[in-house]
Design a protein around this ligand. Structure first.
Ligand code: IPD
Ligand code: CA
Ligand code: CA
Length: 256
């Protein structure tokens, strides 16, 4: 939390200059700013000081090594929601998680604009600014608000859009706010009832999925034999989880 908060403070402070220095990654719409790079450098420097010798996996600089069995690996998204950062749309965050053997044991998500601090420790619950988080009590899918997101490649987006078009008449409404870590936190807070997205990377969900799980959500992480596909993250309030999962399959989310 301390490291994520320092990075969030940096991200906010340098935004005006940082968004003028933009590179692209997997496609022309997949951007990285000087703010992403500076925030990851700060996180790596701080972790090297506070947790010397532990492996860091970060979106911008990759893995610093291979964690041994039972060792901590820090999983970092220096800015989740970079497109929002670029435009000044205030839904972006720094996400830092500690994983052991690929399982998140602690996570912090800090929002530079609002200052909101989300966190969880496995087995000890999730909090927003120190207050305990609980998922919604939703029970009916047709009255549920469902968040999702889209990848950066046009072919996949076309398939994602077709599936979302089928889902829309089955739910209260859809949200695509642009930061996976915060979408997961939103499930934890009951701000949405469920969330599903394909093609995320480990740093997108490592902290947020634990926060959702500790707030009581049903969480299904990427796995080779998942019905929704090997790279799907599915998170929902328990009262709608089965209905939402079945409906997503029926709408074609298993084939995107
Ligand atoms: C992206 C955001 C977005 C999601 C994309 C992610 P980035 O992360 O979380 O909401 O739809 O799949 O890649 O690129 O802003 O770190
Ligand atoms: Ca991300
Ligand atoms: Ca990022």
């Amino acid at each position: 939390m301390r490291v994520a908060s320092s990075a969030a403070e940096l991200v906010a402070r340098v935004r005006a200059e940082a968004v003028a220095e933009v590179d692209t990654k997997s496609s022309e719409t997949d951007v990285v700013t000087a703010g992403d790079k500076a925030a990851e450098r700060l996180v790596r420097d701080e972790l090297a000081r506070l947790r010397p010798g532990e492996v860091v996996l970060g979106e911008e600089a990759g893995a610093s090594g291979e964690p041994g069995p039972g060792a901590v690996c820090w999983v970092v998204d220096p800015i989740d929601g970079t497109v929002n950062y670029l435009y000044g749309f205030p839904w972006f965050a720094v996400s830092v998680a500690a994983q052991v053997d690929g399982v998140s044991v602690a996570g912090a998500v800090v929002e530079p604009v609002s200052g909101r601090r989300w966190s969880a420790v496995r087995g000890q619950g999730a909090t927003l600014d120190g207050a305990p988080l609980h998922v919604s009590a939703a029970r009916r899918l047709e009255l549920s608000l469902v968040a999702t997101g889209f990848g950066y490649r046009a072919e996949r987006r076309a398939r994602q859009a077709a599936a979302v078009a089928k889902l829309l008449p089955e739910v209260r409404d859809i949200r695509r706010a642009g930061a996976a870590s915060l979408d997961l936190c939103a499930v934890a807070a009951g701000w949405v009832d469920g969330y599903c997205e394909h093609g995320l990377n480990r740093w997108d969900w490592a902290a947020g999925a634990l926060i959702a799980e500790e707030a009581g959500a049903v969480v299904r992480l990427p796995s080779a034999d998942a019905p929704l596909g090997p790279d799907a993250v599915f998170v929902a309030a328990p009262g709608i989880a089965d209905q939402l999962h079945e409906t997503l399959l029926r709408c074609g989310f298993g084939e995107i």
